[in-house]
Design a protein around this ligand. Structure first.
Ligand code: FEO
Length: 397
């Protein structure tokens, strides 16, 4: 398998997984597969920056072997200890026992819990450098982006930033560069990645990006550990991250997501969608059993607001609605404007549960819940239409 030279003497030696459909257990869907990006920097000394998921070890080695004898590797840089990037490290260090593993102090503790011990380890922190012989690697700690040990590696002479998961996308393709692929899919995957992985860490994202911008670090290429490499206008994805982190990038979209038992809640959702449309905004209707939870979270990132609906069952929201509510609580889409709706028979606990989760997620509930007892009448549907319209107007107010 062939490597790809991304700038002079820096090679992509990663692996492509066209088959994976779930990440982090089953919590995050990856419809387009993914790549595990590892990079080989060849100077007088040689560094491997990050590795691949363990099942792809031989794919990585075949690419490295097309450039050098892997035994010549001097440094293995681990920017992030998560197993999709560190899984092949034990194999590298077994085959090249004299190589030095370079990582943060925190990473040592994590890697030792994952893998057998006994490696040569050099710990680094922000500002530390390694000289490969006229080629300089500089390190920048980036704790909680998205694990406590995470760091970025920067190849000074060619101005290449290797930020591991940050700025990545789950997108398997033969192309290696962001400017070579379908732009809609690329940005959709980048947006979904941010929403599902980094949203709760937005304050840290903002701080780190502002720190990098203020430092004036020139960046010609951003080579993340998943997906495509940003070489044309790489700061576009940095700006996008900053906007997402601040909640400043929103469209005219409103997400309506719900489940239904006997169609009453669906009728309400449809009436609300018409009201939102007539207020000049775009409703995105996501019936939960037909929609992917990670996609809905991706939709939410740039939406101005969200309406969540459920009938009441056993005094609660339907169990099918629970995963999206759990994501609200965990991902904390802070400040996202929201409201709850639903139908009920004799007790209406669903909207209370939905509102609770929204508040735990630091979302801003801007209207009292909209509820209908049993089946909505024409009058109820007119009220739902007006509710949708009012919700949309408040988003723009
Ligand atoms: Fe792609 Fe946090 O691992």
């Amino acid at each position: 398998m062939q490597p790809v030279e991304i700038v002079k003497d820096v090679y992509w030696v990663g692996a492509i997984d066209y088959n994976v459909r779930h990440f982090h257990g089953y919590s995050y869907s990856v419809h387009n597969g993914t790549t595990f990006n590892a990079y080989l920097i060849v100077g007088e000394k040689i560094a491997l920056v990050d590795a691949v998921h363990e099942p792809f070890t031989e794919e990585m080695f075949s690419r490295i072997s097309a450039i050098i004898d892997p035994k010549r590797i001097d440094y293995v840089i681990s920017n992030h200890a998560e197993m999709d990037h560190s899984g092949a490290i034990p194999s590298v260090l077994e085959r090249v026992p004299n190589a030095t593993l370079v990582c943060t102090k925190k990473a040592v503790e994590i890697l030792k819990k994952h893998y057998p011990d006994g490696w040569n380890i050099q710990t680094v922190g922000t500002g530390d450098e390694i000289d490969l012989g006229g080629k300089t690697l500089s390190f920048l700690e980036a704790p909680m982006l998205h694990w406590p040990e995470t760091m970025f590696t920067y190849y000074v002479e060619e101005e290449v930033l290797l930020p591991n998961d940050a700025f990545g996308q789950h997108y398997a393709t033969e192309s290696r560069f962001a400017d070579e692929v379908d732009q809609h899919t690329l940005w959709r995957e980048a947006e979904k990645y941010y929403a599902n992985i980094l949203w709760p860490l937005s304050r840290m994202v903002q701080r780190k990006i502002e720190e990098v911008i203020e430092s004036g670090l020139p960046i010609k290429v951003i080579a993340p550990s998943h997906g495509l490499i940003w070489r044309k206008n790489p700061l576009e994805i940095v700006t996008r991250y900053l906007e997402w982190a601040k909640g400043e990038r929103t469209s005219d979209k409103v997400v309506i997501t719900w489940d239904t038992m006997w169609n009453s809640t669906t009728k309400i959702a449809r009436a609300m969608a018409e009201g939102i449309r007539d207020a000049g905004m775009t409703p995105l209707l996501r019936l939960i059993p037909h929609s992917d939870k990670s996609d809905i979270i991706g939709d939410l990132l740039e939406a101005k607001g969200v309406l969540v609906g459920s009938p009441t069952l056993h005094n609660e929201a339907l169990p099918t609605v629970a995963p999206i509510l759990a994501d609200f609580e965990a991902l904390k889409p802070a400040g996202k404007k929201a409201a709850a709706f639903g139908s009920y028979g004799w007790a209406g606990g669903a909207v209370k549960k939905i509102e609770e989760s929204m508040k735990k997620g630091k979302m801003e509930v801007i209207l009292e819940p909209f509820t209908v007892k049993w089946v909505p009448t024409d009058e109820d549907l007119k009220a739902a239409y007006e509710y949708g319209k009012t919700f949309a107007e408040k988003l723009n107010g």
